[in-house]
Design a protein around this ligand. Structure first.
Ligand code: GP9
Ligand code: MN
Length: 430
């Protein structure tokens, strides 16, 4: 009901992060790429195996002088995996505690998502992916989010050849090369989301594409991870070169993120081996949920930012750089990562959390800086309880927005409601 919405608005009013005037609007009017690195974890950045960097191109991008990189950025997904990441990245709303919000609410709900917001600012919008549009209900959800185009598998004739596919879809190198044809036709400025897929469990890749040695943890589903990650990295490098050749590199803001872990917590011994440790505890596993978040922004001085945040914070951050004010207007539960006023509590979907002080896993609290298990003083107990209360509140409010479809009761200033019938993603018959 409308009173549920009031509670959300009240919360946002009491917890404003605001923008950072040093960054606000610095990328205004630029094309925007959101590049999805499937199952890509932060530990891969600068990681070496047998003396070789696994992901040299992504590493170079991470360290580029015009890239804002974040090294305390966490994925916050649950069962909805990729779809949870997409929900957060493009709506600044959480996925649900169980199931996928895109599947259960993507078709019917009202959204005020990134593509719809940017369309209001003169942007053309398109998503690209080498799998079928029914997966995660993207074909319907993207209409609700206001995507004008969705180029999925059937738009890529090369996908007809079985050997061009692996796992869930078209191999990244072919997918990205062929995507450029569509990207070049988009009127500028555009917002383009590019979702890769090859670096996906169980990390299989034919001999022809496998150009990196497997790790030797002895865990079969883990040891191929660096091989497909390396393939993704090569594909990424090629894509960046295409953009440079097409003259798109310097007039675009390129956002790159890992959607979630590639190696689940069921593989503790293998994770320990990869990290060069004897064993891993709950703290190590919490830190293992870091994923890359990088914004290549030609108009700003880059560097590695240590603020604690997660996928929920991506959209307000991007909007800040694009000069679109979100605080006080949009119902977004994350906060600008560049803001100096931000709250650095990172909620996980199960109610655990990380802050610069505490890492809370079940009944255990670790010191985030040292990784030591803490015996809390009375004051610390109060702080942890307050943080927990914040986490529960924000997750609960987000769930209300999604499950009760609250955005239908509110239209932000300058926002035109999405009409799904405006969009048709079927391949034209020509
Ligand atoms: C498939 C892909 C995989 O289209 O996005 O989703 P995931 O299994 O990672 O959630
Ligand atoms: Mn995924």
């Amino acid at each position: 009901s409308k009173s549920d919405l009031k509670a959300v608005q009240q919360y946002l009013k009491e917890n404003p992060a605001g923008e950072n005037f040093q960054y606000f609007g610095k990328e205004q009017g630029k094309n925007v790429f959101v590049f999805h690195l499937e199952s890509f974890q932060q530990f891969l950045i600068d990681y070496k195996w047998k003396g070789q960097e696994v992901t040299p191109n992504i590493n170079a991008f991470y360290h580029d002088q015009n890239t804002l990189s974040f090294d305390n950025f966490f994925h916050q997904v649950a069962q909805g995996k990729t779809s949870d990441a997409e929900m957060m990245m493009e709506n600044s709303l959480y996925g649900l505690p169980t199931g996928s919000a895109m599947i259960n609410y993507g078709t019917s709900n009202t959204f005020q998502a990134a593509p719809a917001i940017l369309a209001q600012h003169g942007y053309t919008t398109a998503a690209m992916h080498g799998d079928v549009p029914s997966f995660w209900n993207r074909g319907n959800t993207y209409k609700s989010w206001g995507y004008q185009d969705f180029f999925s598998k059937s738009f890529f004739p090369n996908a007809n050849k079985p050997s061009n596919n692996v796992g869930y879809g078209l191999k990244d190198k072919i997918f990205l090369r062929d995507s450029v044809n569509y990207i070049q036709q988009l009127p500028q400025p555009f917002y383009a989301k590019v979702i890769t897929v090859t670096n996906h469990y169980p990390y299989l890749l034919g001999k022809k594409d496998a150009d990196f040695p497997k790790t030797d943890t002895g865990d079969n589903t883990v040891d191929g991870y660096v091989v497909t990650a390396h393939y993704l990295d090569q594909a990424f490098g090629e894509f960046i070169n295409y953009l440079k050749k097409a003259g798109l590199y310097d007039n675009s803001m390129i956002v790159v993120y890992g959607d979630h872990y590639g190696i689940s917590n069921n593989h503790r011994p293998a994770i320990a081996k990869l990290l060069g440790k004897k064993s891993v505890n709950n703290y190590d596993l919490a830190m293992f949920q870091k994923v890359p978040f990088m914004i290549h922004a030609p108009g700003v001085q880059g560097g590695v930012n240590h603020t604690y945040g997660g996928e929920i914070d991506a959209l307000p951050t991007m909007m800040d750089l694009l000069g679109i004010k979100t605080t006080g207007n949009y119902i977004m539960l994350g906060q600008d990562l560049l803001s100096t006023q931000r709250n650095q509590i990172v909620p996980f979907r199960d109610g655990n959390f990380v802050t610069p002080q505490y890492t809370k896993v079940g009944s255990q609290v670790y010191d985030t800086a040292t990784g030591k298990l803490m015996k809390l003083t009375a004051t610390q107990k109060e702080q942890v309880a307050a943080d927990q209360n914040h986490v529960n509140t924000v997750l609960g409010l987000s769930d209300k927005v999604v499950t009760r479809d609250l955005l239908r009761f509110y239209t932000p200033v300058g926002f035109k409601k999405v009409d799904k019938s405006d969009y048709d993603y079927s391949v034209s018959a020509t």
